[in-house]
Each structure stands twice: as structure tokens, then as C-alpha cells.
Ligand binder design. Structure first.
Ligand SMILES: [Zn+2]
Length: 681
């Protein structure tokens, strides 16, 4: 799934601040502009400078964006009103269920009384482990109860080479820090993070009742195992290439690859139906895990499992656990000053667990039918522009252009919310049992996924909940998806001039469509199968053009050097798909705007509020990405987030598109109108 932006991590929280209605977000904001800046030298500074100066990062955030953050606050507040009302006086069984879920999360008095007790049943099971051969039985028992256990990821999803088939898939996992680099890179910053991580594990284990000296030893064992798993893991950049993570094994071959784990017993015990083969996404990881199962002593595995169970539930326990978890994962790793108010965390958690239940009522209140119709027209306009773009592309042969157009014609769209809502009636919710509720919801989600094995693919299914401020393209489905949550100002606004709307939501639509043709998406055909449809010469030209973007973005700085860490530049390969999508989106939404203005007898040079239509288009685009981010968070994003930060999403895109330089009268050779630029689509 290729999303528009990184999902907000489930925020941590403890205080009980009273929710306040958030500030409304306007689509075009003349006051955000820094008129002292030269748009041809640094367009991001010009479009966002004043907003960035006047909008410091709130204490409960690590990044603060004019579009995503403000809209997310608004949507969450509206959702909170719904949940709070349902918790007090539910009007239907559905409202009773999600109201109770929310209420259990808010009930910190009950959590504080329970202390570490909720994780003790899982720890008792772990204590009973007699040898590593019993791990598969133990893990299935933990997972059947919803307890997190680390090690690896297993699930069911579409076969990359036959998207009509739902198959079992096995991937690397088991790390608690944000990326393998945190375990492996040797600079002062990472060494300090690792030392603080071990101290954090020890404190958490001690809080749960392990003697401090033993807790220290256990923590060291956890870091040793996780470091070994990190070494065996593929990097995020390697994982981008679908062929790197496609390895069909029979179950017998999997047993040969990693005989020290009882796969047959595991698959049977977690309730998977019969299957003969599966995709082992990262075989080297499982080869290494197999060796580790033989070499690491049993007590180390028990420490690892205790830590996985405790760490995975830390936010659901009493205040000492919550605070210690916040101090390391939020404050130390990303610089966050204070936890989010509890109501925010509980609203997001309820949306995450029962999203299509709460979403039903949310869209009734917040997503009028005409918004769906308007969006449908916009998507059609963007589709036409991408077709025009493909037909006039300077580097592609006629043969491949036809294949690209065919793929484009097969992209399906989903707008707003699902046609068929998921049924959560089997999820047991108890107002006094937060941990139990979370377990029931996660087991429900797991079994929902497992049940897909061998079944026809449901094309109407959604991967995001309705209030989500985001959008995505799915290469196996070949579809673009826009939740109701993003179809609001400043992205989507029919009260403003079309230039601003095309610059914002138009570019978002173009971005998602272009994902079908980026470094990953372009390897799948219109049916969502991993199959080459470009000629060899076209693929070579494509790779040369994407390499141009890789080199360009690899030069952009995400965080400057500090006393303990070198300069952090963007990873042009990790961010390639998103950058290609941004560049393509900016070009084709501009073409769609030209069509729209022509149909209305208007010109790009017409002025509104002192800016031409063309200038308002680029300002509408840029102002989506105004943002402030804490330094540690910016470093973390550069390693884990396939999206570039706002500044480079804006400046990287406009300097590759000469329409921008023309709109602002830039001279060739100025930073935003370089002599050499990159273009894929
Ligand atoms: Zn994207």
C-alpha cells in the first residue's frame, strides 16, 4: 500500500485535558506566505515561511503540518464527540460497542489498580517454556489470545504474480526500535540510543516485578537477540523491490529452510486452513533465525518474549508503564515533550480497532453525497490528463505507451467510505478491560485476514478507515483510495477557485495514480500482477529517469550535523516512489487545471487576490506541505519514512517542472528552475 503520507503513530497519552474544538483550516492562506523570500530561490520558504514561523510544534507532537495535522485534529475531535456521546448514552448496539471500547481506554483508575497484572497470564505461559522446540506452540498460544510476541510477521494477502489468489505470506519482524539502523549504525547518537534502550527495557521489566539485577541481564539479552535479527533483516530500500521479497516455498521447503521452528504445528495451532505453499518474503531472515534458535540459550528467549509482550502492551497498562514507555519511545527517540491528552489516544485507538463501526456514523455527519460526486469528477479529469501525459511522453515507445494507457484504464477508484461495512459484532468489549478489548480486536483482525486464504479477492475492501487524513494506491488491486477524512479543506474545497483545489486535492489524486507507474507500481500490470509490460529499451529509459530523481533527492538534507551525529540526507531510493508520485501528480493536475480553465473560458494569467491562477495552483500545492518537525523526529523519518519532508516534497517537485518557473517568472539557472531537471512521467 503506497500512502500519501506516513501514518501518525498511535500517540502516547496520560493527561485528561478537556477537548477543545480545533481551529478551522482554510484552503488558501495568504498570511502563510513569506513575502521576503524569493519564490525562485526557495519556493517552500516563500509559500510556507510565515506559517512555519507562527505555528510552533505543540508539546504533544513531533511534527506539525498545516494540512495533515490540523485536519487530523479536526477529524479526531469530531470523532471524539461521537465516541464520548456513545460512551455516555449509546443509541444502538453498534454505539454501545464502540462507546464501551472508548470508555475502557479512558478509565485510567481501573488500569492503575491493575498494575502489571494484565500481562501476568502471558508471562506465566512464557515461564513454562522448556526448550526452543516448544516455541511454535507457545507463540500460537500467545497469538490466539492477542498477545504480541515478536519474531516475524505472518498473514494472508494477494499473490504478487497472481493477484486473484490470496496466499500465506511470511516476513521478517521482531525489532522494537524503529529501524535496523538503530541496532547497527555506529555513531555516538545511535550508541547512546542503544544504551538508553537497554536501560529502558530493564526499568520496564523491573516495574513488572523482575529483580533489578536480573532485569539488567534480561535487557542485555533482548538487545543481543534483536541485534542479531536486525543484521539478518533486509533494509527498507531492498524491500522496495517486489522481486526481492517474492520467494514461493512449499511448506516442506520452509521446514528445510528453518527446521528449528515447528511450522506445521504453528500454522495448525493458529487456525490457518491447509496450504501447500507460501511466499517467504525474506528467506535470509528465517535462515538466520533458525541458527539463532540453536545458539541462544533458553533464558534469553524467555526474556525476549517477556519483553515483546510487555512492550507491545505498555500503553495499555498503569501510569508507571505508560510514563516509562513515553520517556523512551516518544521523548528520547523523537523528542516529544509531553504525551498526547488521553482522549486523543483513546479516540485513535477506537478508530484503529473498530474503524468501520465508528466510521459509519462519522460519514453520515461529515461527508455529504455531493462531495463524493465532485471528487468523482475530479478523478475523471485527472485520469484524462495522465492519459494525455502518457501519449505525449518524450521518452517512451508507442508500444509501451499503449500498455501504459491500458493499465491506466484499469485503475479503479474508491471514494469516501466502504460500500459494505465490516461486522464487528463478534468482538467482545468490556468497559473494565482495556487489554482484553485490545486483544479481542486484534484476534478478530488477524482471523479476518487468515480467513481470506484461498478465497476470492474482495475488491470493495478498504485499507484505511473513513476519518483517516490520507490516501493510497494498492498495486495488487490497481486501485486508488480516498477516505472521507482527506476530502475536506485544505485538500478539497469547492468554495475556492479551481486552481487552489487542483493544486491540493488534484495533486493528491495525480500522486496516487502515478504510484501505479513508479519504481514499484510500474512493475505490476493492470490486473495487479508482477509482470513486465515495458519493452527492454523503455525499462532502461525508465531506470535512467528514476535514477535522476534518486540522485537529486539524495542530495537533500533532512537534518544538519550535530555534535553526536553526521548530517542526515534523504535516502533517494527509499523515497523514490513517493517522489515520482509527487512529480507526476504536480504535472498532471496542472494539465487538468488547464483543461478546466479552457472549458470555462478562463486563462492561467487571470488574477485573484494578487496572484495568477498558475501561481495560486503552485501555492495551493505547497501549502499542503507547510510543516515544522523536531530534529530527532526528522532524523527518524529520514530513515523510516518513504516520504520526503514537506520542504523537499515542494522544492523537489517544482524544480523539475518548468510550468512553475514560468508562473513565477524565474530565470533558467535559479534554484527552482535549474538547467538540468528530472522527469519520469
Ligand atoms: Zn504516496
Amino acid at each position: 500500500m503506497l500512502a500519501l503520507a506516513a501514518g501518525a503513530a498511535l500517540a502516547s497519552a496520560q493527561s485528561g485535558d478537556t477537548p477543545k474544538p480545533p481551529t478551522p483550516v482554510t484552503s488558501f492562506d495568504a498570511a502563510a506566505i513569506d513575502k521576503t523570500a524569493d519564490p525562485c530561490a526557495d519556493f517552500y520558504q516563500y509559500a510556507c515561511g510565515n506559517w512555519n514561523k507562527n505555528n510552533p510544534i505543540p508539546g504533544d507532537q513531533t511534527r506539525w503540518m498545516r494540512s495533515f495535522s490540523l485536519l487530523n485534529e479536526r477529524n479526531r475531535y469530531l470523532l471524539w464527540q461521537e465516541l464520548d456521546a456513545a460512551a455516555r448514552a449509546p443509541q444502538s448496539p453498534l454505539q454501545k460497542q464502540y462507546g464501551d471500547y472508548y470508555a475502557a481506554c479512558m478509565d485510567t483508575a481501573t488500569l492503575d489498580k491493575k498494575g502489571a497484572a494484565p500481562i501476568k497470564p502471558a508471562w506465566a505461559l512464557i515461564d513454562g517454556l522448556k526448550n526452543t522446540r516448544q516455541l511454535s506452540a507457545l507463540m500460537s498460544e500467545l497469538e490466539n489470545d492477542g498477545t504480541p510476541d515478536g519474531f516475524f510477521e505472518f498473514g494472508v494477502s494477494q499473490d504478487d504474480k497472481d493477484s486473484s489468489q490470496q496466499i500465506a505470506q511470511l516476513y521478517q519482524g521482531g525489532l522494537s526500535l524503529p529501524d535496523r539502523d538503530y541496532y547497527l549504525v555506529d555513531n555516538a547518537r545511535f550508541k547512546e540510543i542503544r544504551a538508553k534502550y537497554v536501560a529502558h527495557i530493564a526499568r520496564m521489566l523491573a516495574l513488572a516485578g523482575i529483580a533489578p539485577e536480573q532485569a539488567g541481564k534480561d535487557a542485555a539479552a533482548v538487545l543481543e537477540i534483536e541485534t542479531a535479527l536486525a543484521k539478518a533483516s533486509m533494509s527498507r530500500t531492498e524491500l522496495r523491490d517486489p522481486s526481492n521479497r517474492y520467494h514461493i516455498y512449499t511448506t516442506a521447503e520452509l521446514t528445510k529452510l528453518a527446521p528449528n521452528f515447528d511450522w506445521a504445528l504453528y500454522f495448525q495451532s493458529i487456525g490457518m486452513g491447509h496450504f501447500d505453499s507460501l511466499n517467504v518474503g525474506t528467506p535470509e531472515f528465517f535462515r538466520a533465525l533458525n541458527g539463532l534458535l540453536a545458539s541462544e540459550p533458553l533464558p534469553a528467549w524467555k526474556s525476549y518474549l517477556r519483553w515483546q509482550a510487555l512492550n507491545g502492551e505498555a500503553k495499555l497498562l498503569s501510569k508507571p508503564f505508560f510514563d516509562e514507555n513515553f520517556a523512551f519511545f516518544s521523548a528520547t527517540l523523537s523528542g516529544q515533550k509531553e504525551p498526547q491528552p488521553r482522549w486523543k489516544m483513546c479516540t485513535s485507538m477506537t478508530d484503529g480497532a473498530l474503524g468501520e463501526a465508528v466510521g459509519q456514523d462519522w460519514v453520515k455527519q461529515n461527508f455529504p453525497p455531493e462531495a463524493k460526486d465532485n471528487m468523482d469528477k475530479l478523478v475523471t479529469a485527472l485520469e484524462k490528463s495522465l492519459g494525455d501525459d502518457i501519449r505525449t511522453l518524450p521518452w517512451m515507445t508507442e508500444e509501451t505507451k499503449k500498455a501504459a494507457e491500458e493499465k491506466l484504464s484499469m485503475i479503479r477508484r474508491k471514494i469516501g467510505y466502504p460500500e459494505n461495512w465490516r461486522d464487528y459484532s463478534s468482538v467482545k468489549v468490556d468497559r473494565a478491560d482495556l487489554l482484553g478489548n485490545t486483544h479481542h480486536a486484534s484476534v478478530y483482525e488477524r482471523n479476518y485476514g487468515y480467513a481470506k486464504l484461498g478465497k476470492p479477492v474482495d475488491e470493495k475492501e478498504w485499507g484505511m478507515t473513513p476519518p483517516t487524513v490520507n490516501a493510497y494506491y494498492d498495486p495488487s488491486m490497481n486501485d486508488i483510495n480516498f477516505p472521507a477524512g482527506i476530502l475536506q479543506p485544505p485538500f478539497f474545497d469547492f468554495k475556492v477557485d479551481p486552481a487552489v483545489n487542483f493544486g491540493a486535492i488534484g495533486v493528491v489524486i495525480g500522486h496516487e495514480m502515478t504510484h501505479g507507474f513508479d519504481d514499484q507500481g510500474s512493475q505490476y500490470d493492470g490486473k495487479g500482477n508482477l509482470r513486465e509490460w515495458q519493452t527492454e529499451a523503455d525499462r532502461k529509459a525508465f531506470n535512467e529517469r528514476t535514477q535522476c530523481e534518486v540522485d537529486e533527492y539524495s542530495g537533500f538534507v533532512a537534518a544538519t550535523a550535530t555534535s553526536d551525529a553526521p548530517v542526515q540526507k534523504l535516502n533517494g531510493r527509499l523515497t523514490l516512489g513517493e517522489n515520482t508520485a509527487d512529480n507526476g501528480g504536480l504535472r498532471i493536475a496542472y494539465m487538468a487545471l488547464l483543461d478546466t480553465l479552457a472549458a470555462e473560458g478562463k486563462s492561467l494569467d487571470d488574477k485573484i487576490g494578487g496572484y495568477t491562477e498558475a501561481q495560486r495552483y503552485f501555492l495551493g500545492f505547497a501549502q499542503v506541505w507547510c510543516q515544522n518537525q523536531l530534529e530527532p523526529a526528522a532524523r527518524q523519518s529520514a530513515l523510516v519514512d518513504p516520504h520526503a519532508p514537506g520542504k523537499w516534497r515542494v522544492n523537489g517537485s517544482v524544480q523539475n517542472f518548468d510550468g512553475f518557473g514560468k508562473a513565477f517568472g524565474c530565470k533558467v539557472g535559479q534554484p527552482m528552475m535549474p538547467t538540468k531537471s528530472c522527469r519520469v512521467w
